[in-house]
Write a protein that binds this ligand. Sequence first.
Ligand code: C2E
Ligand code: MG
Ligand code: MG
Length: 710
Amino acid sequence: MGKKSKVLIVDDERIERTALGAILKEHYEIREAADGKEAFELLSGASEEIAAVILDIVMPEYDGYYFLERYRASDMYQEIPVIMATVEDDAAVEKRCLELGAWDFIGKPYDPDIIRFRIRNVIEHSQLQISRELKYRAEFDVLTGIYNKSRMFQATSDIVRRYKDKKFAFIRMDIEKFQLINSFFGMDEGDRLLKYIAYLLTKEAQGREEIVYGRIEADIFGICMPYKEQQELLDFTGRLRERLGKYQLEFDIVPIFGIYLIEERSVSPNHMYDRANLAAKHCKGNYIRNYAFYTRRMSEEIEKEQRIVNSMKHALEDEQFVLYLQPKYELSDNQVAGAEVLVRWQNRDRGMVSPGEFIPVFERNGFITKLDCYVWEKTCMMLRRWLDEGKNPRPVSVNLSRVSLYNPKLVETICGLVEKYNIPRYLFQLELTESAYTSNPKVVQETMQCLQNEGFSILMDDFGSGYSSLNVLKDIDVDVLKMDMRFLSDTDKRRRGENILMSVVRMAKWLNMPVVAEGVERREQADFLRSIGCEYVQGFYFAKPMPVEDYEKLVFTGTPEASGGGKAAKTDSPWSLDSRIEELFLKLPQGVAVYEYSGNQIKIVRINDAYYNVCGGDTITEGKRRLFTIDRRYESRMLDAFRQAVDTKQPVDCEFLWDDEAAGRVDWFHLELHYMKQDGEKHVLYGILTNITQQKELDRELQKYGMALS
Ligand code: C2E
Ligand code: MG
Ligand code: MG
């Protein structure tokens, strides 16, 4: 026999304790307590592992009943049996003790053999129960009653080995945004759903011993099942999705399935799970396709990421990260208004790597904070050099990763840098992506406020990437808005895109917030932006991100105007206005448009706000459509008017009808054309547009009576 078990004797009579101890000490180690309180303290002490308690009922103050009551409420109750020592056969006393959770009785005076048997029995019994419990906990999930992770993995190994002639798949299942269920409806509701999932899996597996399943952790379940065709697996996932879809909760419960088709049986279940996990990551957030099969490429991506992680620290020390600058232009005069700093990785083996490949990896592992600091410092050094060289630099903006926002020393770091290099703060601007605002508005607002108080301008990057509504604009205190054209490039929805752009620009104007349109790739986009009063642009049409030397050549030597496409824009736009006239033009109460006319073609190049109201259309496209899908009969009249204005350089009036069948409207317009100037082949004119439908109707009424006014 190994170590002796310990028995605690609780009795206020010392003589009783000694008598009982004498009977038991051969087989047990004895501990003694003079009342319930002392016993409780002894049991609660971590050092003593008591196997059973013998408890006297009648004790001063803290008696046996009281002890039992408290004891039953404690964790120990499940494990350590209590035997009551009673003086006589009293059924009422015994009943009460049993009710309070006593395991057995021994009567005084003590019969040594009976006592030893009873004690032995309860101890054996309780330990059996403990070991059963432990075994259960080692294999089953306590909440759902199905296999836990280790047992499920073991069972997976077993069935895959046993049914060698069958193909198996390992499926990882979890619930999209499960943590929201917990926070919206409470943990109990979350638990209820988990139990229901376990129930569904149990039903699916009923009568099929070659299916194993279990709860891996939290809301993640694992299933290993045989299949002949992949469709069987999709039927299975489809059934679960359908049943969960009907689950009674005001929440769209979407299960996500990552499926690994087990090709090599030697792969450990841990690896099977990892692969199913990778597959699942590919369909997170995709409500339409809630499953994905594992492919080799997924592992390759991870390996690629690992290579980036392995070399990043060295790359930073080795100064492999270099700054590129992309100019921003002022649309009214095509002059460079500043630049955005964009980092590139000049990798020794792979050449120039763009940030799209490594920034997301760095954001995941936190390295981005180091890279951000590096880029900011290099930017400060560059600005210092320009200032020392007597140049007159425009502001440059650096990107601020959302991860850097959580750096409590962020403001200190940035201030420290600009102070170290003595950079005027207006030259160093910060871009923060829109999604950072929505994911944690409070932290962002506070940090941004601190930076603004320190004199830095904040640009909201990627506005329109789909996270916030226009309303957010008024709640967020940024200095400049960067609106990305690429989020609106879908041609089918062009009109919608134009609407959004226009609304953003208008709203930003009300809020006195300059707008930079980013990702401008085509001339039409530039024209459109100009016509809606957007001030700044950045994009390939004007200039691509370039090495610092190229930017220096562009801005510090010669004219810093838009190159390539941008230059064309300049010569193509003789009607560019200076900013005050621009303001005036936009605010004029009359609808005004600027036109280019050449070779019998009329093109609208600028429109002011009132023009939309006159046309009745809400968008520029609508405005243009209204003007140029005029009734056929009036087309030539319009062209004649333009020709006449060009020939005579005098104002010309013209009236035309617009018949909008779709809207069931017929409108009459009056256009007063004025010649402005000639630009190569083209003539530039402006026109004042008035809707004269009401006047025309009045005319018609009066004509009936032979009283036409005009
Ligand atoms: P971003 O801050 O929105 O930067 C603009 C991105 O749009 C740049 O991509 C730029 O090259 C690209 N771009 C500009 N005009 C056009 C255009 O007309 N068409 C198209 N298709 N693209 C255009 P890039 O340099 O690849 O950078 C991607 C993103 O990586 C940046 O988006 C920014 O979020 C991040 N990033 C770049 N440098 C840094 C950095 O130093 N720190 C941090 N934290 N993030 C950076
Ligand atoms: Mg940016
Ligand atoms: Mg951007």
